[in-house]
Design a protein around this ligand. Sequence first.
Ligand code: CDT
Length: 309
Amino acid sequence: MPRNLVVGAAQLGPIARAEPREAVVVRMIALLDKAAARGCGLVVFPELALTTFFPRWYMPDQAEVDTFFETEMPNAATLPLFERARALGIGFSFGFAEKLEIGGRIRRFNTAILVDGEGQIVHRYRKIHLPGHTENEPWRAFQHLEKRYFEPGEEVFSPVTALGGEIGLAICNDRRWPETYREHALRGTEMVLIGYNTPVHYPLAPEHDHLQCFHNHLSLQAGAYQNGLWVVGVAKAGKEENCDLIGQSCIVAPTGEIVAQASTLHDELVIHDCDFDRCTEIRANIFDFAKHRRPEMYPLLSAPIATRR
Ligand code: CDT
């Protein structure tokens, strides 16, 4: 009995700082409708999908920062997306800046959720690898203040049983870390959904700017192959507030092959009919973890500080 899910990678083009969430949601619903017409059961949107990528600005006033955060989900702006998806019977995933109170303390996370075909939030992940810096660094062409505006998530990578498979979440910078995919795979994840906002320009190593797209696919493809899982990488792309973001949203099979790829830097949907059972092609053979993995020989992999001997 095949276990297939037609997945749509729903890339978003740039979102202006002044663009209201309601307008973005109209764009997301248009992609959702297109996905439904093409038989999708799951549509994946990018990281921080509802607003511009605000960590590019230093904002000393926390009240201004908080205008980019959501305090409940769904909320008035996103409810039409939830309602349309439920009417279509489609699951979806997207990222947003989450502000909530836990134990009397205000916490802020870079969060992604998975919503099933009945409109229920069935999985929530808070970004673990927060890139960038905490203080204003005016020498940069733009800031990357994720370490200032968010706390790192405190829950490990894990899948949820939904939409016919074991589906997991990760966010942007997570995709560069091999541990992300390995932890997922060890916990049984069959498909990882990864939204991203990746500038072409990397201020700390501008000599690598021309490699941004290469490193994107390198990470997504290696993660898929070395762990025998599907990877859906979805960009917020294009020139956003004078900052160029890479595109190249793609769906990667467990063999590491890209089976669908966006070719624009705008709102664009690419789809693939994904068979969860294809994970076995890799996991029962070259990367049969139980048979061939040697965790006793990698003791430093989960050590907090690497040592040389
Ligand atoms: N959003 C995000 O995590 N972006 C980073 C940019 C490079 S680090 C400053 C990324 O890993 O793509």
